[in-house]
Design a protein around this ligand. Structure first.
Ligand SMILES: Cc1cc2nc3c(=O)[nH]c(=O)nc-3n(C[C@H](O)[C@H](O)[C@H](O)COP(=O)(O)OP(=O)(O)OC[C@H]3O[C@@H](n4cnc5c(N)ncnc54)[C@H](O)[C@@H]3O)c2cc1C
Length: 343
């Protein structure tokens, strides 16, 4: 795409059974923050792809969309990466945004790079910050070298400039009463055609853990060491009425299957009132996900662990001794008074 004729910010709206996912709504809000620093104060365009999804227009508008491109067709009833990426690429080709944002969800990570390839442009994945520099350049900040440095990615020669960002990195914004301009767009996309067929859809049975309203989070890192240790940590988290989360190595070790509770650049960003970390080293890939936490309390047996640099309270100790002590205290308290509000 030629640089001169591209305008505005486009956001791909991912949909689940409840509607537009928070990750996409956050990006629409953030696009408004970006546009305030851009020349000509460009439009924020939300792209909705799905079947029978008209009711989502007001949701996109309320979260900041100036314009909504509706790609509403039964062919999009079930998510298919081939059709959805063709559709989003077609929308970008027609409406020519300067910037195209995608949530770094499982499907966003699939669609984003596919669309970038189709449009012959670059894409920065898992950005922890997206900003407009004083000279108007769009800057996509990505951790590099195991999270030890943050790199500024620029894409001055191609359009659209594409970026993905995980949920929770930026906050949703509400634009009460806002009305968006609506355009229907139904390009003849075919994807892989009949070569790919949906034979059956199996709804997810496990209820996914929501971290958006979690006030107390207990995070376990690789220092927990064993499945038995992990179960002990989760038990304490339950007694505290907190939500347990993990680092990437703890997830990879298989101690938990709740991948949605992994905190960090390739996981989620969280904003609890209290973060309790056990056996977490404090790599930037993880700590960028807890920037919004209130009180950070960490337990690590290494007094020089980087996690202590971002902690309000530092406990140099074996994690198990602390967890055992807290658990014993909570079990004794709840035996006397089962009402957590009064204990
Ligand atoms: C592209 C990319 C994306 C990534 N995304 C993420 C992400 O989203 N989230 C994430 O978490 N990681 C992510 N990582 C991995 C990240 O770089 C770190 O490797 C990871 O966060 C380290 O996890 P950890 O602290 O659990 O393990 P480790 O680094 O192994 O640290 C374990 C800690 O436990 C302590 N310890 C050991 N035994 C005990 C004990 N008995 N008691 C107390 N303390 C003990 C040790 O002193 C150590 O500090 C990513 C990496 C890459 C390359």
């Amino acid at each position: 795409m030629d640089l001169e004729n591209c305008r505005g910010i486009m956001v791909y709206c991912e949909i689940d059974v409840c509607g537009i996912i928070d990750n996409s709504l956050e990006l629409i809000g953030h696009a408004n923050t970006l546009k305030e620093k851009m020349e000509h104060y460009p439009e924020v365009t939300a792209v909705i792809i799905g079947s029978d999804v008209g009711s989502l227009i007001t949701v996109a508008a309320r979260h900041g969309a100036d314009r909504v491109i509706m790609m509403d067709n039964p062919r999009y009833r079930v998510y298919r990466p081939d059709l959805y990426s063709d559709a989003l690429a077609a929308a970008a080709e027609k409406y020519r945004p300067e910037i195209l944002l995608v949530g770094a969800s499982l499907s966003g990570e699939e669609i984003g790079p596919t669309v970038a390839m189709k449009l012959h442009t670059g894409m920065a994945a898992h950005c922890v910050e997206l900003k407009i520099r004083d000279d108007g350049q769009f800057v996509q900040v990505v951790p590099a070298f195991g999270g030890k440095v943050l790199g500024d990615i620029l894409c001055p020669g191609f359009r659209p400039q594409m970026a993905s960002m995980k949920a929770g990195m930026v906050s949703k914004r509400i634009f009460e009463g806002k009305v968006a301009e609506i355009e229907s767009f139904d390009p003849d996309v075919r994807g892989f055609g009949d070569r790919l067929q949906v034979i059956e859809t199996i709804p997810e049975t496990r209820k996914r853990v929501s971290l958006s309203n979690a006030e107390l989070v207990v995070t376990g890192g690789f220092g927990i060491g064993t499945q038995e240790g992990w179960d002990k940590l989760e038990h304490m988290a339950e007694l505290l009425h907190g939500v347990s989360t993990c680092t990437r190595p703890a997830l990879d070790a298989g101690w938990t299957d709740k991948e949605e509770t992994m905190v960090g650049t390739s996981g989620v960003a969280i904003k609890p009132k209290v973060y309790l970390g056990f056996g977490v080293s404090g790599a930037a890939h993880h700590t960028c996900g807890i920037k919004g936490a209130g009180l950070i309390i960490s337990v690590n047996r290494d007094a020089n662990a980087p996690i202590f640099e971002v902690s309000d309270f530092k406990v140099v100790s074996d994690w198990e001794a602390i967890v055992n002590a807290i658990t014993a205290r909570l079990e004794a308290t709840s035996a006397v008074c089962p009402d957590p509000d009064r204990a």
